[in-house]
Design a protein around this ligand. Structure first.
Ligand code: AR6
Length: 169
C-alpha cells in the first residue's frame, strides 16, 4: 500500500528519493515547477537532460512518459521528468495525464525510490482545471501497483491543496 500525503509549498524544498518535474518534451527547462527545479537543482540536471536528448530523445520526450536524471543540489536522489498534456476542451487527454503518474511511478520503481514527491502536473501553464487534475492524480496513484511507499503531492497554493484534499476525503 502506498501512503498519500499532501503538503502545501514549494516542491524544491521537499526531500524525497525522487522529485517529479512537470517538464515539457524538450527537457530543456521552462517556467513553473520546471524553472524552479532547474534553478534550485543547479546545472547538473540540465546537463543530464541534454545528454538524454542527444541519446534517447532526439525528438523530445513524448507526452505521458517519464525519465530520470540526477537531482543536483535538491534534497533528493533523482528528478523524474514527465511531460503532461496541454489541457484541451475539444479532446479528452486524461489518459495521458494519468500516464504521467503511472510512468513516473514505474521509473521510481526501476530506480528503487521509496518516496516520491509530485507537483500537480499540467495544472499550471498547461491549463488543466485543478479539481480534475487532482482527481486524476489521486485516482491514478491509488490504482497503480508500485513499490513506492509514500507519495507526497506538493501543492503550491491553498486552492490546489484543497482540491487534492477533497479527493482524499
Ligand atoms: N512547487 C510546487 N508546485 C509548483 C511550483 C513549485 N515550486 N511552481 C509551480 N507549481 P506548471 P504544467 C505548481 O506550470 O502545467 C513549464 O514551462 C503550479 O502552480 O509548473 O505541467 C514546463 O517547461 C501548478 O499548480 O506545469 C512546461 O512547458 C503546477 O505546479 C509547462 O510549464 C503545475 O504547473 C508545463 O506546464
Amino acid at each position: 500500500m502506498t501512503t498519500i500525503r499532501l503538503v502545501q509549498g514549494d516542491i524544491t524544498q521537499e526531500s524525497a528519493d525522487a522529485i517529479v518535474n512537470a517538464a515539457n518534451s524538450s527537457l530543456l527547462g521552462g517556467g513553473g515547477v520546471d524553472g524552479a527545479i532547474h534553478r534550485r537543482g543547479g546545472p547538473a540536471i540540465l546537463e543530464e537532460c541534454r545528454a538524454l536528448r542527444a541519446s534517447r530523445y532526439g525528438k523530445g520526450l513524448p507526452t505521458g512518459q517519464a525519465v530520470a536524471t540526477t537531482a543536483g543540489d535538491l534534497n533528493a536522489r533523482w528528478v523524474i521528468h514527465t511531460v503532461g498534456p496541454v489541457y484541451s476542451e475539444q479532446e479528452d487527454r486524461s489518459a495521458l495525464l494519468a500516464s504521467c503518474y503511472r510512468e513516473s511511478l514505474r521509473v521510481a520503481d526501476e530506480l528503487g525510490a521509496r518516496t516520491v514527491a509530485f507537483p500537480a502536473v499540467s495544472a499550471g501553464i498547461y491549463g488543466w482545471p485543478m479539481d480534475d487534475a487532482a482527481r486524476i492524480a489521486v485516482e491514478t496513484v491509488r490504482a497503480t501497483e508500485t513499490e513506492v511507499e509514500e507519495v507526497t503531492f506538493v501543492l503550491f497554493d491553498e486552492r490546489a491543496y484543497e482540491a487534492f484534499a477533497a479527493q482524499l476525503r
